[in-house]
Design a protein around this ligand. Sequence first.
Ligand code: HEM
Length: 224
Amino acid sequence: MQLMNLFRSSVGRKLFMACSGLMLAGFVAAHLLGNTTLFAGSAAINAYAEQLHKLGPVLWIFRLGLLGALLVHVTFGIWLTLQNRAAKPMGYAKKAVQSTTLAAETMIYSGLALLAFVVYHLLHFTLRKVGLETSLFSDAAGQVDVFRMIVLSFKQWPLVLLYTGGLAALFLHLSHGISSTFQTLGACNEQLLPLLRRAGLVAALALLAGYLSIPLLTYFGLVS
Ligand code: HEM
């Protein structure tokens, strides 16, 4: 019953958004750490991928949790946006001046662009249905060479461009999303807020730089 009340109130929906967002951002940070094994060479990233796959049912529980968080985040994000739009006063000649940023104003668009990128990314690297011919990076037994898959992918400029676009959406979304999450969870006093905003921006920039280094360094021949 209490869960239903939380579900109905806009504060409750924001809490769902914040908790699911935190889970997704945690994954994004952990995924980057895992991906940086690429820079240690073929053996390192292939061993890392193999260890992950060996987790079997644990990996599937983790994937289901992640999918659940994504579904909650997207559904509540769209719901809150529609609700906010419906509540906005219409018909004034002048818009009230508010302290806002491009990232805050475009959360729904950066979020949807990011979702489209994640769908493409799963088709590319997890399901291997787009981007490259599978025979280029797997042996006769169907064993996938993850290092080769990533390096061959990012030797193609259209894929580098596509990933750069997706990562730009990730940056825009997180540059507002991180501080907004902590604000929803209660960290919102006058002194803390500007600090929190700056920390969120720095964290989003660090993630952007880390992720972008993979396609860019690979394209320019520094990973091979
Ligand atoms: C240059 C950037 C990236 C690289 C090189 C990369 C690499 C990979 C690889 C190789 C896999 C497949 C792992 C395997 O099945 O062995 C994967 C899966 C995945 N990636 Fe990425 N990734 C990048 C960026 C991102 C970003 C920005 C997100 C999210 C916003 C993301 C979300 C995911 C998800 C959800 C999976 C599926 C995980 C699973 O199968 O359990 N990736 N990525």
